[in-house]
Design a protein around this ligand. Sequence first.
Ligand SMILES: [Zn+2]
Length: 266
Amino acid sequence: MARAKKKNLAKKRTSPAGRIAREQSLAPEPNRLLKVWRRVLERRLRTRLKASVAVEVHDNTHTMLTFQRHRALWRVRLHHMFLVASDDIIQALADYVRHGDAQASVTLDRYIERNKAYIRRVTPAQMRKRLRLEPTGQHHDLGRIFERLNERYFRGRVDAAITYGPAPRVTQPRKSIKMGSYSADSRVIRIHPALDQPVVPRYFVESIVFHEMLHHVYRARRGEDGRRCIHPPEFLEHERRFHDHARARAWEQENLDLLLHARVMA
Ligand SMILES: [Zn+2]
């Protein structure tokens, strides 16, 4: 009690300028502010999606929005530019998340275009510095495969790095496997470590690397129906030019089980 009284007295004696200084020093720390803004966005999305929403805010440079449904919960990861979006943009976000609505997708693209000043500029080389690239493997040397494909099919013009991806922690039997991915942010191709086995033929690994190299060449674009198309017709046409395309696809059909059950050492 005595303490409280003392505090009150002290407050009375503070000059206006002193009070301003005090208030400034009480400004919420950035992390707390972000948490508040994130909660507000969650609420705005929740009322429109009529479902639970968990929002994660990031500062990515290429992928502005991803989402996934986990039973009754929507997990939405998005760029911080959406924290201050107006209601029509939030509605478009909800429509896109729920139905993949084409018109909503166009609205969101325009919003991103208008707000691109908020997108951090990072060179792929800067992003790559933070990654540990491990292209060598036990059986298939991705660096070599990449170089040879680059020479043979792209006149050495694919300026990307390649690595085996980290071994995913999967405890249950897999139903599908993502054998490769390409990040436009860092220009890094990641190959699933399950492919680094002697039973996986070289031509199959090559076909996966070739596919990811094509993602570097052909960026996702919008189809006639307004939907984002990550494998446009010219991509698929180009993919068939790989000399072992048919053999690789046939091997995949026959051996998918082998890949799904691969025990990958971390
Ligand atoms: Zn693909």
